[in-house]
Ligand binder design. Structure first.
Ligand SMILES: Cc1ncc(C[n+]2csc(CCOP(=O)(O)OP(=O)(O)O)c2C)c(N)n1
Ligand SMILES: [Mg+2]
Length: 281
């Protein structure tokens, strides 16, 4: 990633945060924390890493994304809208009657969503099947999987991890959003998975921890994963839940929050100021 690409990725990540906040702020509530913590990852993936075609979301040669922590759907929708998959105005319909943008990802409703998710853990098995399908079809494609750090307490994740290593699915690249919190508390207090990279390695994967808010580190980590064609990789993203939006990141239990008009305004002002700073650099 050169300096220009890094700047563009940081701008895109901030735009994703802005549009996610606007959409959930318009609704008045939502899973803001876990959507904002993966904005930098989404920026790198959709900003150039993934093979995709917004004009043809079902393009058969595309890479797949499974956002297994399906409650982060609003962050993915903001990304897809910014890429031109559907009109930006649709973001303001999130989670309302008749919308194409439900609170959790649904592949039958939203152009660009490759897999329906929301029941935590299940996306891992689905992604393994999709990556295996790509291999069986001799496709030169990747499947990207986004997991939550609370989500990986689900046993299904580890069944899927074991099978992916057995099948040598080097085209499967997973990420754990290590934002330290789950629905109602801290991971370390509930089921301490702080050695999750060791656990993935024990299951036959390559795995390591990076700063999940550093677009260059994310890009380098994906390049490293791609250099290893016979082993799945899990990149642990050290993140902050609701990163970039102080009113939300300062709330201790910020999994699903209400958003007042004042909070929306302060969050947007903060993000717009950050955007202006990145653009000017
Ligand atoms: C099988 C299942 N159990 C419980 C839930 C309810 N639930 C939704 S989000 C969540 C917490 C997830 O925490 P984490 O994976 O850390 O998500 P993040 O912090 O990235 O938002 C829970 C328990 C669910 N969606 N699926
Ligand atoms: Mg979490």
């Amino acid at each position: 990633m050169n300096q220009q690409q890094k700047k563009e990725a940081e701008i895109f990540a901030t735009q994703i945060r802005i549009e996610t906040l606007k959409a959930l702020g318009h609704l008045g509530f939502g899973h803001l924390g876990g959507a904002l913590s993966i904005a930098d990852l989404l920026s790198v993936l959709y900003g150039g890493e993934m093979k995709l075609n917004p004009q043809d979301p079902a393009w058969k040669d595309r890479d797949y994304l499974v956002c297994s922590k399906g409650h982060a759907g609003p962050g993915v929708y903001a990304t897809l809208a910014l890429k031109g998959y559907f009109p930006m105005e649709e973001l303001l319909t999130i989670n309302q009657g008749g919308t194409h943008l439900p609170s959790h990802c649904d592949r039958n409703l939203t152009p660009g969503i490759d897999m329906t998710t929301g029941s935590l853990g299940q996306g891992s098995s689905l992604a393994v099947g999709m990556a295996l399908g790509q291999r069986l079809n001799h496709q030169d494609n990747y499947t990207y999987l986004i997991l939550g750090d609370g989500e990986i307490e689900e046993g299904q994740v580890w069944e899927a991890a074991s099978f992916a290593a057995q099948k040598k699915l080097g085209n499967l690249i997973a990420f754990v959003d290590w934002n330290k919190k789950q629905l109602d508390g801290y991971i370390k207090d509930i089921n301490d998975f702080s050695n999750m990279d060791e656990r993935f390695r024990a299951f036959g994967w390559d795995s390591f921890v990076i700063n999940g808010h550093d677009v260059e580190a994310i890009s380098d980590a994906i390049a490293h994963a791609k250099s290893n064609p016979d082993q799945p990789t899990c990149i642990i993203l050290d993140t902050i839940k609701a990163y970039g939006c102080s009113f939300a990141s300062e709330i201790e239990l910020n999994h699903h929050i209400t958003i007042s008009a004042e909070q929306l305004a302060s969050g947007l002002a903060e993000l717009e100021a950050h955007l202006a700073k990145v653009v000017a650099e």
